[in-house]
Design a protein around this ligand. Sequence first.
Ligand code: KG4
Ligand code: ZN
Length: 343
Amino acid sequence: MIVLGIETSCDETAAAVVNSDRKILSESIYSQIKAHEEYLGVVPELAARSHIDHCSKVIKDAINKANLSIDQIDAIAATAGPGLLGGLLVGLTTAKAISLAAKKPFIAINHLDGHALTPRLSHKVEFPYLLLLISGGHSMFLAVEGPGQYKLLGQAIDDALGEAFDKTGRLLGLGYPGGPAIEKIAINGDPHRFILPHPLKGRNNCDFSFSGLKTAVRQTAEKLSPLSFKDREDIAASFQYTICKIIEERLKNAIQEYLIYHPNARRLAASGGVASNGMIRKTLQNIANKNNFNLFIPEPKLCTDNGAMIAWAGVEHRLLGHKSDYSFDVRSRWPLGENCYEF
Ligand code: KG4
Ligand code: ZN
């Protein structure tokens, strides 16, 4: 089975062709970072216009690079939510048009489903597995039991982890997106110079809270103002170090809870843009080793938004016979596990 996937939920216009042997036949991506940089965040109207400008070219590019004609593609998948409605409309409507013209099934994909299933594209991992999904809009622990089948074990009660990285990056004058910039300058920083709070520590669950940490970073920066470059490096390193400690502590509870449901499936995975962070990846590897879990994290470019994850989610759903009606509309919110497929 070969699926074309289209992703336009935020600030990447991406398309890819993936087959059911877990092979990425082609990828094409246009990143809008430059357009949003000066506003220090994604501007929805600009994002939608940029998707209009680049969507067709990115899709054509993916199909050409795969060296296939549209007849050889079995289904068209596109992100329908959650995300920014203007951008979603561009990708979803284009997917419906291609599907109608090529007489191939169309399938609407939940962006989170895309992130959650990507470890099965990058690695041969079976269901079920414990997933840490950390992106710009979400932070959650899930037991992934099948395509569209999830048990939510814990989640952020305020800011998502990527949001905390982005806000901290903005505070340190590092521009948008903050995550990769913080990781870069943290390399030379002292992670122990600032002791930052660890919200929810000791709580008997695996929820996250990052807003108190974000406030503490702001207060630390205000006290030191004006910040030297060394101060910024040390704040970035202390912030990243604290995040890893928080993940370590919360993950202990998530593992316990997960094992109640799946005692014999010691598999841990991570996905979403923040899972491309090297220090977080190392932290997860240590915890997996200590707990006798196998760890599966896609390579960084499959952690951040991309077309292959949507094409792969399309493959997984099509293998179950799922498809969507053309009346399927975009959704700014779409909780995971709320499935709306037809057969
Ligand atoms: O999954 P993603 O590309 O888009 C969403 O679905 O939200 O995640 C984007 C988030 C941004 O907040 C970005 O700052 C963060 O992922 N991010 C990182 C890194 N690369 C991207 N955070 C920390 N370290 C990184 N290396
Ligand atoms: Zn994403």
